[in-house]
Design a protein. Structure first.
Length: 349
């Protein structure tokens, strides 16, 4: 595993590793950039085939958080943590306490939050040993589950794309195919349904798809076929790298706009989407609502400010689309340029 080669390839930064034999904790905290402020980003808790896979996941996600925070105008850098889920039985409370001590040792340089495989209960365990955690229970000054805010921001981003690409001012009658209806995907369906959209959904968990069918009248398709559905918007809300050589040729939607992180398997896939005339909403721009929300906890939670900041995602996506059209450049490159301009403007210490 070429650790330093990976750091250089992803423009890092620093990486911290932690092993705790007693609890089976094996954790990585990747801090990509802290020019705008302390790094903020969620904790992913899933199984990985290799340690190298876990490291690369942390690096990619942390870099995305830098860009997400900068584009959202937050005073935070980008960081991410991954805990490699033990294959044997383990004590979840003990493991997350050990992880909390790891976060405490970083003295506020990195602030954690929820991500795939973690939830409010885990953040509460972490909170018992460190204050450098967000997404905690409202009774303790937190904002709770950030998923509804992420979904709200994605819905606003979809509205911007639909207006820009299709010339329609509302989502009434717009057909959206949602890939993944877990935490964020479910709330996105709720937002879209309330706005009058027609839904097709897919998830590896059939019960989640059935819930969306029952509550929102969604059509259900197999997870392997959802990217091929003829629709107005394809919304990837599962794990990353879903836009790749296999899926892009089969897309039948003029817009791709969803909540998943790192949707492009490789940057060149953003070029492929543009070549096919598909408008792509860069993931870190459209899915920033959850981050905007939990960032409010750091300075004292204000739900009104969190909502106002999330609603601005419409303007961000619109600006990216306009600039992309004017420059003839793919949207992902335009978003990257906008972030790099913000980071370059930070005075050097």
């Amino acid at each position: 595993m070429d650790v330093f080669g990976n750091l250089i390839a992803h423009d890092f930064g620093e990486v911290h590793f932690k092993v705790d034999k007693a609890t089976q904790l094996r954790a990585i905290v990747a801090i990509h950039d802290s020019r705008l402020g302390p790094a903020l980003g969620g904790c992913r808790f899933i199984e990985y085939d290799t340690d190298a896979d876990a490291l690369v996941d942390a690096l990619r996600l942390a870099r995305g958080m830098t860009y997400k925070a900068a584009l959202a105008g937050l005073a935070h850098g980008g960081g991410k943590s991954v805990i490699i889920r033990p294959k044997q039985r383990f004590d979840r409370v003990a493991l997350f306490r050990a992880f909390g001590r790891f976060i405490a040792d970083l003295r506020g340089h990195y602030i954690t939050a929820e991500d795939s495989g973690t939830g409010l209960e885990d953040m509460e365990i972490i909170r018992s040993v460190t204050s450098h955690v967000t997404g905690i229970d409202p009774s303790h000054g937190g904002s709770g589950d950030p998923s509804p805010f992420t979904a709200l921001g994605v819905r606003r981003g979809i509205e911007a794309c639909v207006k820009f690409k299709l010339g329609k001012a509302t989502l009434q009658g717009i057909h959206v195919a949602v890939q993944g209806v877990g935490h964020v995907g479910y709330y996105l369906c709720k937002e879209l349904h309330a706005a009058g959209a027609k839904l097709t959904v897919a998830d590896v968990d059939k019960l989640k798809s059935e819930r969306a069918r029952r509550e929102f009248g969604a059509a259900v398709v197999d997870i392997d076929r959802v990217a091929e559905v003829e629709c107005d918007v394809f919304a990837p809300c599962a794990l990353g790298a879903g836009l790749n050589d296999s899926t892009i040729p089969h897309l039948r939607a003029p817009i791709v706009a969803g909540a998943a992180n790192n949707q492009l398997a490789q940057p060149r896939h953003g070029d492929d989407l543009q070549a096919r005339g598909i408008l792509y909403a860069p993931d870190y721009a459209i899915n920033a609502g959850g981050l905007v929300n939990v960032a409010q906890e750091v300075k004292g939670y204000d739900a009104k400010l969190a909502r106002e900041g999330t609603l601005k995602i419409y303007d961000t996506i619109w600006d990216i689309c306009e600039r992309s059209k004017r420059l003839g450049a793919p949207t992902y490159k335009v978003a990257d340029i906008m972030v790099e301009e913000k980071l370059a403007a930070v005075p050097s210490v």
